[in-house]
Design a protein around this ligand. Structure first.
Ligand SMILES: *Cc1c(COP(=O)(O)O)cnc(C)c1O
Length: 477
């Protein structure tokens, strides 16, 4: 299996060759040359598999044995997807399922993806990435310095995945005093030698701009082996495909049954993995994109217009991990939508990369969106609060604000006889204040995380200063 760029002008590379990098040299995103196909017989055999076996069945079709020997791949998967790592399941669920389903009512389920160390779905991919990075670096004798910016979830998932890993250092920038208390404590209480938390005296965008400035200094980037784990990383998408299979198989007994998934979306990474699972032959009826007030994606799926917004027009909401107005993985879907025409994607993104927009309505491409199963909806703060209360009252389940966005939109798109799975992208304990606002009481917190905020914290406070972060990296490598 080789990987090609959505902009059609980069050489085809293997999985391990693109693992440590971000964008392709032509500015595009990597996708498989063609999607492996899962037949009826394949799906039938997969019905007996546990999560680790399923992950191998999917990932071994995306990674050649000559690239990463499949015995090694299986060992990496086995180490990653264990009940010990994904321990924070709800009472009555089995951690062995890794991503258990929770039935809310007939044909309506939550797919729990947030049982890992940082209580958000990002652990599903990031934990695998940590083990893959360590493996590939050790094999090639390389090291990497991961530089990233976070508003909360990505940074913590990356740090918990990379802590203690050989050959990897993590430099994570976050906006000073702007993450939730829980998120801050999660990251800053890590005392591993290879984890560096830098609190930037600015907003998330300032931190992000510092990362971009360092990455654009090609000489520095090469000398200090700066790597990235942002949401466009192909390894993350590949890992996320697995749980669509797991969810499908958990709620069906027969491959003729189709199901739909609703996905709380920001950067389009999670739902992009669902799109790829569908392209591989998984019987998915619809993929429902749920946004919050930052509804750029909802606008596209309703009108054909993709108009990313600047940070001034990106609202801070109570589902903050979806406060994104430029969905970086969206390019992967559009590549398939326009018939895998790299030239076409290149011209569409020439506009986007310069602050512009595009409209696919007139070209006829937009009519094909429904062939790919996509529909969408959005919600607002009042909807979320109402949904959290309704889920508690009707199903006895406390859901977080992002999952509430998903459930609200899912209920608007149910079809008789088609099971609907709503992806649970975080546990409510991660967003305590919003739950208290909705329910008047704090959500349950896993016992082992009690007192997290009282642990000693370590971080370096820094001005918005590119030279300062460069000097910090130099001093600590
Ligand atoms: C990152 C995140 C999302 C958005 O996922 P994308 O892959 O960016 O679409 C939704 N919910 C939570 C809790 C997240 O952390």
């Amino acid at each position: 299996m080789k990987y090609i760029s959505t902009r059609g002008q980069s050489p085809a590379l293997t999985f391990s060759e693109i693992l440590l990098g971000g964008l392709a040299p032509d500015g595009g995103l990597y996708l498989p040359e063609q999607y492996p196909q899962f037949s009826d017989a394949d799906l039938h055999a997969m019905r007996r598999m546990n999560y680790r076996q399923l992950a191998f069945a999917v990932l071994s079709r995306l990674v050649d044995d000559s690239d990463i020997p499949h015995t090694d791949l299986q060992a990496i998967i086995d180490k990653t997807y264990s009940a010990e790592v994904y321990q924070y399941v709800r009472a009555g669920q089995s951690a062995e399922d890794i991503t258990p389903t929770l039935k809310l009512e007939e044909d309506l389920y939550l797919l729990s993806l947030s049982n890992g160390p940082t209580l958000a779905f990002k652990d599903m991919a990031m934990q695998l990435l940590g083990n893959l990075f360590e493996y590939v670096l050790r094999k090639t004798g390389q090291t990497t310095n991961i530089l990233g910016a976070t508003s909360g979830d990505t940074g913590s998932a990356a740090e918990y995945a990379m802590r203690g890993k050989q050959g990897v250092r993590v430099f994570m920038l976050s906006p000073y005093q702007k993450m939730s208390r829980f998120q801050t404590a999660q990251m800053f209480s890590l005392q591993d030698d290879n984890i560096f938390n830098i609190a930037v005296k600015g907003v998330f965008d300032d931190a992000q701009d510092m990362v971009k400035a360092v990455s654009n200094d090609h000489a520095f980037k090469a000398q200090y082996k700066i790597g990235a784990v942002n949401s466009i990383n192909w390894g993350r998408i590949a890992a996320q495909i697995v749980y669509y299979f797991k969810g499908y198989l958990a709620v069906t007994t027969d491959n003729r049954q189709k199901v739909s998934f609703t996905v709380p979306s920001g950067n389009f990474g999670n739902v992009c993995a669902g799109h790829i699972a569908r392209m591989m032959g998984l019987p998915i009826d619809r993929l429902i994109v749920a946004t919050n007030e930052n509804d750029v994606l909802d606008e596209f799926f309703n009108t054909g217009l993709y108009a990313p917004r600047g940070s001034a027009n990106t609202y801070h909401t109570s589902s903050p991990s979806m406060d994104i107005s430029k969905a970086s993985n969206f390019e992967r879907f559009v590549y398939d939508l326009v018939g895998r025409d790299g030239g076409r994607v290149r011209s569409l993104w020439t506009a986007v990369d310069h602050g512009g927009k595009f409209d696919l309505k007139a070209s006829g491409d937009f009519d094909k969106v429904t062939d790919f199963g996509f529909v969408s909806g959005h919600s607002n703060h009042a909807n979320r609060m109402q949904m959290i209360r309704a889920a508690k009252a009707q199903y006895g389940v406390t859901i977080d604000t992002h999952t509430a966005d998903g459930l609200k939109v899912a209920l608007e798109h149910r079809q008789p006889g088609v099971p609907m799975l709503v992806l649970e992208t975080a546990l409510p304990a991660k967003f305590e204040d919003a739950i208290i606002e909705a329910l008047g009481e704090a959500p349950e917190r896993p016992a082992s995380l009690a007192g997290l905020e009282d642990l000693p914290q370590t971080s370096t406070v820094m001005d918005v200063d590119v030279d300062a972060i460069k000097a910090f990296i130099v001093a600590n490598t």
